[in-house]
Ligand binder design. Structure first.
Ligand code: WT7
Length: 638
């Protein structure tokens, strides 16, 4: 084996052409032509796509850009995403088609037809309605990867309430902050979830979080793991009790006729300050964008079995486990647990068992499974696969080739999709007909004008690194940051205000063929195993510990995780710097933010490099740790 596979440079000359059986049946036959058309008449293109959906009332105007950057799409239209993801399928043969195949980590199996999906979602929606949840409310959902996670999201949408899903791997403080920001009155959770044979004790975390964020009046608890949990009388209700009530009837739950621009959900993501940003997505544009991208990029056919192996608690799961695929009437696979539990064959076994045709996952998962060797996948018949996908961080060519050769048998094109929580869906992505270069997300999706520019907005030379900007609006774009429109402008639109461009926060380069190569974040966001974390969240968790005076967190390259967190800490006077304390601090971050945020190591220091205005210069710490030139230090104070 080579020493450090992640360091193998991408070879621009290496091109993989899609096989004939894929291109012949592809939902898009000519990228260049359709792209050109979509740019020349963007609104016409999106109006055409929107026609594939069912609207209660057609829109008056495709795009309203009178209040930039607060764009509105399909203005005047009435649509509910549930009308498209569930209701309309019930009047077709899809009523009997599998909507969801779910496998729990212990091996339990549950499947739901579209008919059954409607039943489960209607029950849940009736319960929420009976608790007084209505349009304008935000329900916080904190769940393991079980079907009820999807049902509760869909139930909120059905009654016109917005959901705010907090990823089940987050911990007390992260959950409490998100509940407080959304001012949720109702919380949906479970006793726990299975992860690597152990119980992730969600209800305990919820109880702690509610103490810090007391807006919660009612808490619906789904029984999953069965251990004893605390239930506060009058506040906590078992879901299996609620569904026996007459109110939870399985039909007669009318879908709310929401406006195209009514909020569908808020999803919090990390930014440069400690306070998480709640990105707002809406019913109309998001329905159109997720279903169109899913259809064109993953080339969905009626007989497909689609598996996006992300957690529904992230945008990937929102857009491509729950909403996009269900709108397209697809059969969706969902799995609760760890990829290597009890053995590293788990995923390959499930692909064979369920006949999965498309697998969409992250580079970190691929690298993790690659590490166990080819024997594990080789024991299984993976020939049902026809397309593969990757998302979350740049995929290193070594992992790309393994995925392509060992998992895809050299016959499955890999869709390396670049996008963000903010974008709602794929922005730069191949199509099944695109010649692929390992490590490149290739070209912009239809309707999107993209560029790599310098600080003044001038396009950089071919092959040079610059800032990635999106020059044109798209229907899936986040509408604002919940409760903080100024921050929305400040974060994404301020830097290129004159031009009216969206700043992605990534650096990238474009090669001579117009292919985009994403390099990574250029702000204080660290991508750990594809998960997005803010340095500020980690630092504020560290300083909340009584021994810590100041802290700085940086990301450094890691072979498996892409990046790993390293923390630098100044202790309070008189506190002794011991290895035990370093460990305690690492665990403290894990219990405040979540296990994914646990630093690799904590280094005790006497000073931190700061600007004269007191901002920590993380790039100096990073350059020093990597043994690189620290660059311009003219603003350094200490
Ligand atoms: C950031 C957004 C999980 C859905 C997307 C993640 C990085 C995402 C790619 C890709 C290189 C990628 C970027 C982006 N990223 N996809 N295909 N190639 N980098 O959503 O958690 O909001 O993170 O993920 O840095 O800005 P997110």
């Amino acid at each position: 084996m080579k020493q450090d596979q992640s360091k193998t440079p991408a070879m621009e000359g290496e091109v993989f052409y899609p096989p004939k059986n894929i291109t012949r049946r592809a939902n898009v036959k000519d990228y260049d032509q359709l792209y050109k058309q979509s740019i020349e008449d963007r609104e016409g293109f999106w109006a055409e796509q929107a026609k594939r959906l069912k609207w209660y009332k057609k829109w008056d105007k495709v795009l309203d850009d009178s209040k930039k950057p607060f764009y509105k799409w399909f203005v005047g239209g009435k649509i509910n995403i549930i009308q498209n993801a569930i209701d309309r399928h019930l009047h077709t043969w899809r009523r009997n088609k599998l909507a969801l195949i779910w496998e729990g980590e212990p091996g339990d199996l549950r499947t739901f037809s579209y008919h059954a999906l409607n039943r489960e979602v209607s029950k849940f929606a009736n319960i929420l309605r009976s608790m007084g949840v209505k349009k304008g409310d935000i329900v916080t959902i904190y769940m393991p990867q079980i079907p009820e996670l999807a049902f509760s999201m869909l139930a909120c949408a059905k009654i016109g309430a917005a959901h705010s899903v907090v990823y089940g791997g987050f911990s007390v403080e992260a959950l409490a902050e998100r509940i407080a920001d959304a001012k949720s009155r109702v919380l949906v959770t479970a006793d726990g979830g299975w992860r690597r044979g152990k119980i992730n004790d969600l209800k305990n975390i919820v109880d702690e979080a509610i103490k810090r964020s007391p807006t919660i009046e009612s808490c619906i608890v789904v029984k999953r793991t069965g251990q004893e949990v605390y239930m506060e009388s009058g506040r906590d209700f078992w879901y299996h009790d609620l569904i026996t009530l007459p109110i939870a009837c399985t039909n007669g739950c009318e879908t709310e006729k929401t406006d195209a621009e009514d909020p569908l959900f808020i999803l919090y993501t990390s930014g440069t300050t400690g306070k998480p940003k709640g990105l707002v997505h809406t019913h109309g544009g998001y329905s159109v964008y997720t279903s169109t991208t899913h259809n064109y990029v993953f080339d969905i056919k009626e007989e497909d079995r689609w598996w996006c192996a992300a957690d529904p608690g992230w945008i990937t799961g929102h857009s491509y486990i729950v909403y996009g695929p269900l709108i397209n009437g697809a059969t969706v696979m969902m799995y609760e647990g760890a990829p290597n539990y009890p053995y590293p064959n788990r995923w390959w076994q499930m692909i064979e068992k369920y006949g999965i045709t498309i697998l969409y996952t992250s580079p970190t998962a691929i690298r993790g499974l690659m590490r166990f060797g080819d024997e594990w996948p080789k024991r299984y018949n993976l020939s049902s696969l026809r397309l593969l996908g990757s998302v979350g961080e740049p995929i290193n060519p070594e992992a790309w080739r393994w995925y392509h050769t060992v998992i895809g048998d050299n016959k499955c094109p890999i869709m390396d999709t670049w996008w963000q929580t903010e974008t709602g869906g794929f922005l730069i992505t191949p199509l099944p007909i695109t010649p692929l270069k390992p490590g490149s997300a290739t070209k912009p999706f239809f309707g999107n004008e993209v560029a790599v520019v310098d600080d003044n907005g001038n396009e950089v030379k071919t092959g040079e690194e610059g800032k990635l900007v999106i020059k044109s609006p798209w229907p899936g774009m986040a509408r604002t940051i919940y409760g903080d429109p100024d921050r929305f402008i400040e974060t994404y639109w301020k830097d290129f205000e004159k031009q009216g461009w969206y700043k992605a926060g990534d650096s990238a380069r474009v090669d001579k063929d117009g292919y985009y190569w994403i390099i990574g974040r250029i702000d204080d966001v660290i991508k750990v195993s594809g998960y997005r974390l803010g340095t500020a969240e980690i630092e504020s968790a560290l300083v909340s510990h009584s021994a810590v005076s100041e802290a700085a967190a940086i990301g450094l390259p890691h072979e498996l995780k892409g990046n790993a967190i390293h923390a630098f800490v100044i202790l309070k006077a008189g506190t002794e710097a011991t290895p035990q304390l370093a460990n305690e601090l690492r665990n403290h971050v894990a219990s405040e933010v979540g296990p994914i945020a646990k630093p690799e190591d904590v280094t005790f220091v006497d000073t931190l490099p700061k600007t004269r205005s007191g901002k920590i210069m993380r790039r100096v710490l990073k350059a020093k740790a990597l043994g690189q030139d620290v660059g311009d230090l003219s603003t350094l104070e200490e």
